[in-house]
Design a protein around this ligand. Structure first.
Ligand SMILES: C[S@@+](CC[C@H](N)C(=O)[O-])C[C@H]1O[C@@H](n2cnc3c(N)ncnc32)[C@H](O)[C@@H]1O
Length: 280
């Protein structure tokens, strides 16, 4: 197992001048694909305005939780400090001062409960961030994050990595899929490779806020906003399990603002083959 050597940025450092000696070494630089489209500058700001994306907002609050100040966050997401400050204030007002801090605490608490429940020895943390929650908690940990600066065991797109691992006949007691958006493209192979448990964060629920059905229609066959529920997404995932001869039982279902996280216990499905009576 590769040793993680990355040094954490200083938390809650009051100095406005710390940060990124060299921006190219900054592991918290937001991936450019999380940026929204640029819009016309009406002359009110020095910077060309850019639409906020959900992934960008999640990134901001992830940095905030890590103790970054507004100036540092602005640098990581390539925006003006004032824009970031206003956005954080607005989002905090809208969602409660802590935004997703409570959700994170609850997530880690539930992770702990699930570890006690299924006692995994090996874990594949496919969207690990840094540090992985499972660090020092299990015998064998394989972390992955597409952000190469995080120095995880693998640095691949999770959707590609699952193919490589499956081809190599890898199996894990527990697989954790914790993307910002949807990890649908990993579901099938993750189910095939999980022996005891699978945790899935359903970021696709974020589309509900914008009444967007295009994704869930294509992926889950959901045709109306009323049917766009955590329960229906779970039912669909259970079906993928059955197709793979696995029983997926949701042990914990957590629902937070526009996101759910489901902790599935996995067992093999024993198919009884009924003997066909000969009709001679
Ligand atoms: C929600 S955060 C993970 C949080 C972490 N699991 C935790 O509990 O603190 C999602 C992470 O997935 C990474 N990521 C986003 N898209 C990815 C992809 N396609 N493949 C692998 N990692 C990805 C991001 O860099 C980010 O660190």
């Amino acid at each position: 197992m590769k040793k993680i050597t990355f040094t954490e940025p200083k938390e809650n450092n009051n100095s406005d001048n710390i940060l990124l000696d060299n921006i190219f070494d900054n592991p918290y630089l937001m991936p450019s694909e999380y940026k929204g489209d640029y819009t016309k500058n009406g002359g009110l700001t020095k910077f060309q305005p850019r639409k906020w994306t959900e992934k960008e907002i999640d990134w901001v609050f992830m940095l905030k939780e890590k103790g970054f100040n507004t100036k540092q966050i602005a640098e990581c997401i390539d925006r003006d400090v004032t824009q970031v400050s206003i956005k954080i204030k607005r989002m905090s007002k809208k969602n409660g001062a802590t935004y997703n801090v409570n959700h994170r605490e609850d997530k880690y608490y539930t992770n702990e409960l699930f570890l006690i429940e299924i006692k995994p020895k090996s874990v594949l943390d496919l969207f690990s961030g840094y540090p992985s929650f499972y660090e020092d908690k299990v015998d064998e940990l394989y972390t992955n994050d597409e952000n190469e600066k995080l120095n995880s065991y693998y640095s691949e797109k999770a959707e590609k990595l699952v193919h490589k691992l499956y081809y190599e006949n890898c199996k894990f007691d527990l697989i954790d899929l914790d993307p910002f958006g949807s990890a649908y493209d990993c579901f099938d192979l993750a189910i095939k490779m999980s022996k005891k448990g699978l945790i899935i964060t359903l970021g696709e629920l974020g589309h509900k806020r914008f009444k967007r059905l295009d994704f869930v229609r294509r992926y889950y066959g959901i045709e109306s906003i009323e049917d766009f529920t955590t329960d229906n997404l779970i039912k669909h995932i259970i079906k993928i399990g059955e197709r793979n001869k696995k029983i997926l039982t949701p042990v914990y279902v957590k629902e937070w603002r526009n996101i759910s996280r489901v902790y599935f216990k996995i067992e093999n499905l024993k198919i009884q083959i009924k003997e066909l009576k000969k009709t001679t």
